[in-house]
Design a protein. Structure first.
Length: 422
């Protein structure tokens, strides 16, 4: 065989191979076949015939999930109640496009109830909207104040911005049309619902990060986070719920400390069950039944640490919180006196002094508190107490300068939604 014939045959073979591969891919796509299709059950097969073409990524994620493995069909999750506010007719199926905790509660009643009692539920949305987004019945149901004022900064920033900012994270507690509150998929990403993914700190870090609540960064700085970075790839992320211990996790993640059943600590979807303080307000306060909550968390700690170590950490962290509260109180008193004496505008966030006071508690004060309980010394020191004292000193200098100039005249205050009481 001469070289010309040999090259012609090689090119022809290559063309035929590519043509066959293209045809097989085209046929799989047109016929709706998918390598994970065998995992679909019941009406999942009907959904598959369309969604394998329109949203193949969703099909792949679902097909690899425990839901599919356990024969949970698409309609088991997406089924809508007849006449329900979120129910639509979708190719002769009554469905909800985005399942809510009410849908999830059909199979996960305990977890849904625990979530509903947590700060991740309605209180998360209330933190930005105040009482205005809730009925009297809902306020009573969730123990929320009917006089709670909405977040002035949230309303000043314009809904065109906040819907892609604050609302993304605070939407974990947003009211739904079926009467439920919250969004399970903020933590359990659709459609894979991976146990490993929900246990890893990255999912918590999608919201708990940044200048005001840098739990992700604090965790990474802590020795727990260092252990995760070093050994996390060897941990048993898919171990059955209720079996986790120091034998398969040599250091905790966010989920292990706050949610997972670990050692002798029972699991919970109420992220406050193991927290003794409410650290986010201007003045941090102990939670109701805080002693029980503290014991709940310490049960997790004692899986790896001696009791004396745990007690020392809590004693020292409590003192950091108290110092933070004291500095914030000093700043707020200065600002209140200036406003009461009409030396600065009274409307919220109407002068740089308001922003300075806000950062002293909302950024620096919180960072100190979180850093103390999560073993992040840099956040207690340089991102916390140092910056708090620096800003407090500057605030005192502003106060003295303003007072030296005497009373001032201000124009009528704005009474827009961003500043008035609801």
């Amino acid at each position: 065989m001469n070289k010309t014939v040999m090259w012609r045959n090689l090119v022809l073979a290559l063309v035929v191979t590519l043509a066959v591969a293209f045809f097989l891919n085209w046929w799989n796509f047109k016929s709706g076949s998918n390598p994970v299709a065998k995992n679909f059950a019941g009406n999942g097969g009907n959904c598959l015939s369309c969604h394998n073409q329109t949203t193949p990524g969703v099909v792949k994620q679902y097909g690899e999930s425990k839901h599919a493995e356990n024969k949970v069909s698409c309609l088991d999750c997406h089924r809508g109640d007849s006449g329900g506010k979120l129910t639509v007719n979708h190719y002769d199926n009554q469905i909800v496009f985005k399942p809510t905790p009410l849908n999830c509660s059909r199979c996960h009643p305990a977890q849904s109830q625990q979530f509903d009692h947590s700060r991740h539920s309605a209180p998360a949305w209330y933190a930005q909207t105040g009482a205005t987004a809730f009925t009297d019945k809902q306020l009573k149901q969730y123990g929320l104040s009917s006089t709670g004022k909405y977040n002035d900064l949230y309303h000043m920033e314009n809904p065109d911005v906040t819907k892609m900012a604050c609302e993304v994270c605070h939407g974990i507690g947003k009211p739904n049309g079926d009467g439920s509150f919250g969004d399970c998929t903020k933590c359990h990403l659709t459609h894979s619902f991976s146990l490993a993914q929900a246990r890893k700190p990255e999912i918590c870090g999608s919201c708990h990060l940044g200048p005001d609540h840098p739990q992700k960064e604090i965790y990474e700085e802590s020795l727990h986070g260092v252990q995760y970075a070093d050994k996390g790839n060897t941990w048993d992320w898919n171990a059955p719920a209720g079996t986790l211990s120091s034998k398969n996790f040599s250091a905790p993640t966010c989920a292990i400390c706050h949610i997972s059943a670990f050692g002798a600590a029972p699991g919970t979807h109420n992220v406050g069950d193991r927290l003794s303080w409410m650290l986010t307000p201007a003045q941090a306060v102990k939670r109701p039944d805080w002693q029980t909550h503290r014991l709940n968390m310490q049960t997790v700690c004692l899986e790896c640490h001696a009791n004396s170590f745990v007690q020392d950490l809590y004693d020292n962290a409590d003192k950091v919180v108290q110092q933070s509260n004291s500095n914030v109180a000093t700043a707020q008193t200065i600002i209140k006196n200036l406003k009461d004496q009409k030396l600065v505008p009274s409307a919220p966030f109407s002068s740089s002094i308001d922003f300075k006071g806000f950062e002293i508690w909302h950024h620096e004060g919180r960072r100190m508190r979180f850093g103390a309980f999560m073993n992040g010394p840099d956040y207690v020191q340089w991102h916390g107490i140092y910056e708090q004292l620096l800003d407090l000193t500057e605030l005192k200098e502003w106060d003295a300068d303003i007072r030296s100039k005497g009373p001032r005249q201000f124009t009528a205050q704005d009474t827009s939604k961003s500043t008035k009481n609801p």
